[in-house]
Design a protein. Structure first.
Length: 333
């Protein structure tokens, strides 16, 4: 792994100073003791002015080329329009920088694979912002399961998202945007457990501003995930049920409310209305900007990867996720 320039805090250049960066990512970067924002890039002078108000010490640039040529930083955080995610990330890797790029990292799986190869050759970190897999409740569940040497057998995932907004830089299609901006999260969550999964069955429907998808993913060893995904309401929520090799069932609501039901109850009696059999954990309220579950945790994991204290693969599964998105969208025509 390439050494970072700074020892105490990782110097960050933020690219794309829009709503998502300012409201969701920056509050969590600021709150971390591992990072220091030293530069920002955006072609819009008003966007640069907004960051200057919040962080007068940052050096601001109108383009990534100038920032890479003149700036001194370790990490480039990319939250610009999706159609330039690949080019900005590739330029940063070519300049010897580490990269955090928001989803999607590229517009197709080939671009994603190319970034992965480029990062490996440069010995740089490439980290994709698929935040669902980094939530605290998920981490607690994974630790509990690992201590008991359990294996995932099946997953059922329900996820509900607000109306799809077609925005500049995104594909001019509600169906495509629903997958690349929203559905990518639950699909990636399933892939992070299943590994090399493929689409076994899918059924998609678009009615006015609403998109519905039923997807079955299959992986070697008989692993399976059933996903029911919808967009077009005021609801942003999820319910994930995971079945394990010893009969344990785990339910994760909205990425923050965890209940685990082992085959044996804590009191040794059958689980009935007289004996609630589960173990539970719930995360407290969010407090950092507009960030949802996973934003703070993904930057914590990123710092661990860059400092060499966390070696779990973070990018390879995203390539599988992108392939699944392509398969679904091709089937939808």
């Amino acid at each position: 792994m390439k050494d970072i320039l700074t020892t105490d805090r990782i110097a960050v250049c933020c690219v794309g100073l829009g709503r998502h960066m300012l409201r969701s990512l920056l509050p969590n970067i600021f709150a971390s003791a591992d990072f220091e924002v030293v530069a920002g890039v955006d072609p819009d002078p008003q966007a640069r002015a907004l960051l200057a108000e919040r962080l007068p010490s940052a050096t601001l640039y109108a383009d990534i080329g100038t920032a890479l040529a003149e700036g001194r930083f370790d990490l480039v955080v990319v939250a610009s329009d999706p159609d330039v995610h690949y080019s900005v990330s590739s330029a940063a890797l070519a300049a010897g920088k580490h990269v955090f790029v928001e989803k999607p990292p590229a517009l197709d799986s080939h671009g994603c694979a190319a970034l992965i190869d480029q990062a490996r050759q440069a010995q740089s970190t490439l980290f994709v912002g698929t935040m669902w897999r980094y939530g605290r409740a998920r981490s607690i569940l994974d630790t509990w399961v690992a201590e008991r040497d359990l294996r995932v057998e099946r997953m059922d995932i329900q996820a509900f998202f607000p109306e799809v907004l077609v925005r500049p830089g995104w594909e001019d299609s509600r169906l495509t945007t629903a997958f690349t901006d929203m559905f990518i999260h639950p699909i990636d969550y399933a892939v992070s457990y299943l590994g090399d999964a493929e689409v076994s069955r899918q059924d998609m429907q678009q009615v006015d501003n609403r998109v519905h998808a039923q997807i079955v993913l299959a992986a070697p060893g008989g692993l399976r995930a059933d996903l029911s995904l919808s967009s077009g309401s005021s609801l942003y929520g999820s319910r994930i049920t995971t079945y394990y090799s010893d009969g344990t069932v785990a339910q994760l609501g909205d990425l923050s409310q965890l209940e685990v039901f082992p085959p044996d109850t804590w009191s040794g009696t059958p689980g009935t209305l007289r004996d609630r059999p589960g173990l539970s954990w719930e995360q407290g309220p969010l407090y950092r900007g507009y960030g949802r579950i996973g934003y703070a945790e993904e930057f914590e994991a990123l710092a661990q990867v860059m400092r060499g204290t966390h070696l779990k693969p973070t990018v390879g599964p995203v390539s599988v996720t992108m392939s699944i998105l392509e398969t679904c969208l091709e089937a939808a025509g």
